[in-house]
Design a protein around this ligand. Sequence first.
Ligand SMILES: [Zn+2]
Length: 365
Amino acid sequence: MKPVSKYFCLPLFILLVGCNTPNQTIHDSKLKACESVCVVRVDCHQTPELTSFAQRAQELANDLAPKITKLLGEKKFPHFKIVFKQNTAWGSDGLVPAYARGHTIYLSADWLSKYPDDFEMNLAHEMTHVIQGYSAKAPSCWTEGIATYVGFKLGYTNTLNCAECSASLPHYTSGYNCAGALLLYIEAAHGSALVRQLHTKLQQGLYSDSFFAEATGKSLEQLWTDFKQTPPFTSAAAHRLELEAWLKSPGKKSVAETMARMAEFLRTQPGGAFTADAQMFLIDLANKDCLPGFAGTGPAGLAFERDDLNAPVDFPISRIIHFLKKDDRFRYHYTVVKESPQSAWKLSKSWRTNPDGRILAIVQK
Ligand SMILES: [Zn+2]
């Protein structure tokens, strides 16, 4: 799915979102390509309340299959199965909207209840993974980039799903929308067969970055440089890459300096000034030894949910801030509220979760 893996983090070390699809898909040799009806089964026994979604899924999947097949230059779409689960967890990414494993697509009921409009987009994305069947060597940025590209070509774009690089997906190596936008750009500039050729190379396990030079006459890095001059490479993406370059530059950075640079970055994002203020309010609490969960120590890093980078600015404003602790795999979450422009931030709730998002303890309510 898209924006999809849920977290991206900007701790002292940068932890980027992973992929909600395995690099190595599991093939079921018993599944055969189909002529017309491609969904072999829709299983919603774990979520009987989603029967209407299940019916839609079957119809939609059969409508999408020939379109995706054509876009990628394939002959037939394989049989596959759709399973609705209450929630879908994917490795260290935690809860994700959906994922594909071999010829089975798993869709999250929890996600659908929150974001029903994402349904078609998620299904198209995961169906693309079903037909990809890429070699284990395929870079995940192209696996995800092509799945997102297919969504763009089928019209699944909206204000939250744009064909562009953003603060959360700033580089083509981030995959998803940024890689998808780069592919749209290259295709427009160098011919419509490019993505189909890339798809074939990835399936054959023959991909290397030289593919782009052979197909277009320009290296991948040159194409990326050209693309960065176009509107889909947003200023938000540029700010994020500048921050990453600073974090990776030689020289030891203090926690305070790093937090300040992150706050500076946040202030360049929509609604980010309030998010940065909320963050500094909590760090101030930590410095006074008053932040639940951080007795005697301060946060070692921050994690943002993607929505935090395009946050509302209407009062009362609330923000959820996610902190990381040194040598600690858990995440510490805080809801803070600012009732009006004049009022101070207040801590309203704090809780601790596993990396997969499951709540372990409510620290303060
Ligand atoms: Zn994916």
